[in-house]
Write a protein that binds this ligand. Sequence first.
Ligand code: C5P
Length: 397
Amino acid sequence: MLANKRILLIIGGGIAAFKTPDLIRRLRERGAHVTPVMTRAAEQFVTPLTIAAVAGERVHDQLFDLTTEAEMGHIQLSRSADLIVVAPATADLMARMATGRADDLASTLLLATDTPVLIAPAMNVRMWTHPATQRNIETLRGDGIALVGPNDGDMACGEYGPGRMSEPLEIVAAIERHFTAGPLAGKRIVVTSGPTHEPIDPVRYIANRSSGAQGTAIARALAALGAQVVFVTGPASVAPPEGVEVVKVETAREMKDAVEAALPADAAIFAAAVADWRVRSASASKIKKDKGQLPVMEFDENPDILATVSQMKEGRPRLVVGFAAETDDVVAHATAKRARKGCDWIVANDVRPETGIMGGRENAVVLITGAGAEDWPRMGKDAVAERLARKVAEALG
Ligand code: C5P
């Protein structure tokens, strides 16, 4: 799939640069040509000699390089690639991309190109969650730039959280997906999944039993058909799929913000089991057990993400899909829900305990569309996801 693909790899200046020789090796193993570009800062973390040796090509690192200008010019360098990959994409490099700077070779190439760009962010968790970085990500997404990662995990700086660069094989998977001409290639799809946690105090929360299995399978199936998937997930018990952009959230309100930040999209699929209520005034400190005194909780209603997105006046995804877990009169209730929420399709399932569907591996689905109800036979959650993904591909044409 990557045979003879030309990849311009821009290596940013972060500690995750140490993973790039492995990334280059994996890409070359698959037949890709890798032209490396390094920022000045990147050269502090990994030497140009190492990179040139594994890439089998010289490293480009200077904007004013007479030999390069005479041979091909830096503009040509970016245009002759099939894909530009930025790994690691540091906070600074992303900020410069978002503001259109062209003050070194890497940023100039990124500004001068009309080649698709995939970035693999890597930075300290605080830098990643900083509103400035989040603003830049939104801008970059709006510019059509695809992201892979970052992952959660231990960081070289000793902290833990999101900001760790995706592993080389995950980046390779995202690159391969880019070149997969599946029926959903070029389509951007937001998927919500998992439960939400609504805090009572810093250590206690209200939750539900959703595992995230169905949402994860759907995201994986859409990505397999070539879609660029933004996977917004609450604290699920199954691991997110590889090669999709993962946005981890805790509460319903965070999920809504993340979904809105991920738009525009061609389709949105709301498989999350969002908590209907949150505790009105969650305590900032742990509520103490006072003899004989029982806490009394009041609730507020959470925003309905599905209804909000379905009823957007501008920028509504072309296809909005909701889920309905029903215990009786499945078709009637789900049809009413479709109308109430304003979504295009409802994937309804019968969750009476005797069906074993909740928390199980199988699902029995009725798909409610504008054309009526479609009964699907009982099948594995992966098969449901694949069938739904194919239907989404047909609908988006
Ligand atoms: O109203 P109900 O919770 O039954 O609707 C289920 C559908 O609505 C699911 O697709 C779920 O993801 C979505 N939903 C939502 N935000 C909420 C509640 C439900 O997006 N606050």
